[in-house]
Design a protein around this ligand. Structure first.
Ligand SMILES: Nc1nc2c(ncn2[C@@H]2O[C@H](COP(=O)(O)OP(=O)(O)OP(=O)(O)O)[C@@H](O)[C@H]2O)c(=O)[nH]1
Ligand SMILES: [Mg+2]
Length: 306
């Protein structure tokens, strides 16, 4: 972080990436960071807690804050997710309101824009997934949104194809405040390895199960052992909130949990660049999604809810 005795001069700031579920927030953070830091699935409400993507752009350290999608919560888990998202926005120097250009104003988009305006939070509008819509469709959506909040700038991009990313990255370089870098320049995230492993397992659950099953499931890493041969042995437990879900997750003759484990192991080996031995248990824990302790285990603290 330091060269000799003088601190790194430059810029550094927190940029929250917020929006409705499924807008592509995690895809954008991964794209800007150039690494897979947050899990991505086609299902809404994939991200459950805040995660940092630390990006070096020229002399600027841009600390991206990936947030859970903002929606109307029902369970304590949902409320904790939404409150984590708003906390991420409030603590940031700048918020990118990411909007899915295809689904437009669906969900809580209007309410999020209005809240950014009434709370006078510095924000930019980013329309994502422009690969999915004809360009003329972007203009009325931009007009509707810019009438709701005083966005400083508007960007249109595709986090998947990378189209338009350069313009956003270069604008972010100048947008964060002057100051010393808060993290070592080669750090990529603040997510501990144990949580990351649990997230990769959860990603497979979101990809391989359906309806309410993924939403009633959480994953905790119980054991992590670095072995002398460079490999790592990870034991994780998949907790299900409802009794019927255990059988679904295990699958016929254990087939589904084996596939979840196999794909998660492959992905973890690739991302950690080391051999991974992964062991999964499935347990029922009724009502975990209403329990503060379980929420804390996945990085959510709902004590300071709005
Ligand atoms: N076609 C297209 N798909 C995209 C783009 N960006 C994201 N997606 C897809 O949209 C889906 C949701 O992406 P995520 O990055 O998980 O979205 P999110 O906003 O983080 O979602 P939550 O964490 O659930 O709030 C995934 O299937 C992505 O591949 C894009 O620019 N174009
Ligand atoms: Mg996400």
């Amino acid at each position: 972080m330091t060269t000799g005795t003088s601190p790194v001069v430059g810029r550094c700031g927190f940029v929250a990436v917020a929006g409705a579920p499924n807008a592509g927030k995690s895809t954008l953070v991964n794209r800007l960071a150039g690494a897979k830091l947050s899990i991505v699935t086609p299902k809404a409400q994939t991200t459950r807690s805040r995660g940092l993507g630390i990006v070096m752009l020229a002399e600027s350290q841009v600390v991206l804050v990936d947030t859970p999608g903002i929606f109307t919560p029902r369970r304590r888990l949902d409320r904790a997710m939404v409150s984590a998202a708003w906390a991420g926005v409030r603590d940031a120097d700048l918020t990118l309101l990411l909007v899915d250009a295809k689904t437009g104003m669906a969900g809580a988009v209007r309410q999020i824009a209005e809240t950014l305006a009434t709370q006078q939070l510095r924000s930019w509008l980013v329309l994502n997934k422009i690969d999915l819509v004809p360009p003329p469709a972007l203009l009325p959506l931009t007009a509707t949104l810019t009438a709701l909040a005083p966005f400083e700038q508007t960007f249109m991009l595709s986090a998947t194809t990378g189209d338009g990313i350069e313009q956003l990255a270069s604008a972010l370089t100048d947008a964060v405040p002057e100051g010393p870098h808060l993290y070592p320049d080669d750090d990529l995230t603040d997510l501990p390895d144990r949580l990351f492993a649990a997230e990769i397992v959860r990603e497979q659950i979101f990809l391989q199960t359906h309806e309410e099953v993924p939403y009633g499931t959480t994953v905790e890493t119980e054991h992590w052992q670095d072995r002398n041969d460079g490999s790592v042995r990870i034991e994780a437990t998949i907790y299900v909130a409802r009794p019927g879900h255990k059988a679904i997750l295990i699958g016929e003759a254990g087939k589904r949990v084996r596939t979840i484990g196999m794909r998660a192991r492959e992905e973890l080996s690739r991302l950690l660049a080391r051999k991974v031995h992964l062991f999964l248990n499935v347990k029922e824990r009724a009502g975990w999604d209403e329990q503060a302790e379980r929420l804390r285990a996945i990085g959510l603290d709902d004590r300071d809810q709005r």
